[in-house]
Structure formats: C-alpha cells, structure tokens
Design a binder for this molecule. Structure first.
Ligand SMILES: [Zn+2]
Length: 356
C-alpha cells in the first residue's frame, strides 16, 4: 500500500522527531461512520482513543493507523502498516490495545514525561490491562479453591445440561450444579467475582440470542467466561498433574505394589483404576494414580493401559513387587492375564504347566 507522508516515520527518527510526529495526530474525521471507534468504554466512562488516526481518500477512510505504534513500536503490526479490516475494526482494535500496542505505549510514556500530547488514554489502557489481569487471576484462584473443595468432598461438579448454562443462572430456584452454585455463594461476598459473573451472564444471553437468530450450531464459540466445563476440566487436569507429581516424587525408584481393577461408570464406560501402594516416610501409603477408559478388557488390553501410563510418568514396571487383582482370567490368567504379562515384562518365563 502506498502510504501518505503523515503515516510514515523513519526508523532512525529521534525522540523529539517522534514526539513532533505525534503532534500531527490523531486524524479523526468527526460525524463519520467511525465515530464509535474513537472511544473506549471502561466502567461507563468514555475514554478517547487518541492513538487512532485515519488516512482518508476522497473523504472515505483508506486505512486505520496507530500513531503511537508508528512512532514507538519496535516492529511492524497491523496498525503501523494500516488496517483495512473495516468489517471487524472493533475487534481488531481491541486485540491491538491488549497486545503489541502496550509496549509502544510504555516506550512513549517513558519518552514523553509531561509532554503536551494527551497520554491519559494510554495510561488508562495500561491500568485497565493490569486491572483485568489482577481480576482474572483472582477469579481463577477462586475457581481452584472450589474445585479442590468439591474434589475433597467427593461431590460432582456439574448439574443437568439444561440448567447448567449461564443464561439460566439468574433463576435461583433451579439447581445449577455444585460448581456454579458455589460460584454464586462466593460471589455474594466477592465484588470481583460478582462483576465477572454478571458480565458473563449478559454475554452468554447475548450470544444465545445471536445464535437463535442465525440458527447456528451451539457451543461457546469465542465466549470465555472461565465458568464453563472447559475451564473446570482444565483446572482438574492441572490439579491432577500436581497430585501425580507429588506421588511420583514420593515413590521415587522404590518398590511398590499395584492394585488394578475396572468397573462401569454411570455412562456405561468401563473405567480402570491404577492404585499404587508403597512406603513413604516409614508409613504405608496408598494412592489412586490413574483412572482410565478401558477399550479392550483382555489381559493384554489392561497391560497396554498400564504400560502406557507407567511409560508416560516414568514409573518402572520392574519395581512392582506385589499385585492385587480380582480372580478373573483376564487378570490372573497364567498365560495372557495381566499378571502373567507383567511377570514376562519383568523377565519371568510364564509357567508352561500351571497345574504344578
Ligand atoms: Zn498501537
């Protein structure tokens, strides 16, 4: 794209030259279709976006630039080359303000102490970003606490599919599942969580309305509430990793006993448990290490599950010194039962004549 002089600055420009360049901006035609872009709404406060500067051609916008990035960004971005994505300009601008733009703003603020160019917008964007990070960390911490509590008390996280959506959440008479109900209780005394919850419900409702209109498929799309089953599952995975790391540390390279069994869960899937029993700090310690879906319930099937799990977590099969299985053939069968396969792996020959 051929750029006008106003939207170019030499890489070698000095700081006074950069600040002088900024004095020529912003170029923001008023009473145009772009009026809405010139303001950022933070908590009902209208803050001017002084960085947005528009290149015009025959009174129509040709491209949108960021004057601060043109002067202070260390590398090119959408708004130094000029964005022409007018259809999605709002979201492109939002992305810009949270990413590359921040470091350019910081560079600008360092150079422009008390200079005349109005930098309140830049400071507010920085503050807003920090506030957002702080509140997200706070929310995630609360979610971790709830999930740890539910896990410890052996309570299910979820409710029924229908009542679990945020758009139904305003109805306090419905049971929304333990996780969301705990969020509700905590939010009563937690301003950050309450604000977040209100926003998430609103967004979820809007999204639902939009989907209804467009008759598109379900799913959360780009909506991130931190309160969905996706987040819950991710947090559970993180907690699981932490617990497993602790068990691996405790067990080290010591000998241990293995307990393995399977049963059907309520969704009629066969699930196998892998429990490890070992001595830690002079005490017998017994831990549930894994719960895995069984697709093949033969001895070989169980052996594959076990091998994969141990390989993934660096646990040595040769350190097994005792096994506790049920009496079924797939577990104790002399030739192809799980026990026999473990023994083979450990270097024992199968007994060719089990009668003796
Ligand atoms: Zn920028």
């Amino acid at each position: 794209m051929h750029k006008h002089e106003n939207f170019k600055l030499q890489l070698t420009a000095t700081i006074p030259q950069k600040l002088a360049f900024l004095m020529q901006h912003p170029i923001q035609p008023i009473n145009s279709e772009y009026d809405k872009l010139y303001y950022l709404m933070i908590m009902n406060e209208k803050i001017p976006r002084k960085w947005i500067t528009i290149e015009l051609m025959c009174n129509k916008a040709k491209a949108v630039y960021c004057s601060i990035c043109l002067a202070f960004a260390v590398c090119e971005n959408t708004f130094t080359t000029g964005s022409t994505n007018f259809r999605h300009m709002h979201s492109v601008i939002k992305i810009h303000e949270t990413k590359v733009h921040i470091s350019a703003v910081e560079a600008y603020l360092r150079s422009s102490k008390n200079k005349s160019f109005d930098n309140s917008i830049s400071i507010k964007i920085l503050n807003e970003k920090n506030r957002q990070i702080y509140s997200n960390v706070h929310i995630i911490k609360q979610i971790f606490e709830i999930i740890k509590f539910l896990g410890k008390q052996n309570l299910p996280y979820r409710g029924s599919n229908v009542t679990e959506t945020l758009s139904h959440f305003v109805n306090e008479n419905l049971n929304h599942g333990n996780f969301l109900e705990m969020i509700r209780i905590i939010s009563k005394n937690d301003q950050i969580l309450r604000d977040h919850l209100e926003k998430a419900i609103l967004k979820s409702k809007r999204r639902k309305k939009k989907l209804k209109l467009s008759e598109k498929s379900k799913g959360r799309g780009s909506l991130i509430t931190l309160l969905s089953k996706t987040t819950v599952n991710k947090v559970i995975d993180v907690v699981l990793d932490q617990i497993r790391n602790l068990i691996k540390k405790e067990i080290g390279n010591k000998r241990f006993s293995l307990q393995m069994d399977s049963t059907q869960d309520i969704s009629v899937y066969d699930q196998a448990t892998i429990c490890l029993r070992y001595i830690y700090n002079g005490k017998i310690t017994e831990r549930l290490f894994a719960l895995t879906k069984v697709t093949n319930s033969s001895g070989k099937g169980f052996f594959d599950i076990l091998s994969e799990c141990f390989l993934k977590h660096g646990i040595q099969m040769r350190n097994i010194i005792g096994e506790l299985f049920n009496g079924a053939a797939n577990m104790r069968g002399e030739l192809v039962g799980l026990l026999a396969l473990i023994r083979q792996q450990q270097g024992f020959e199968p007994n060719p004549n089990p009668e003796k």
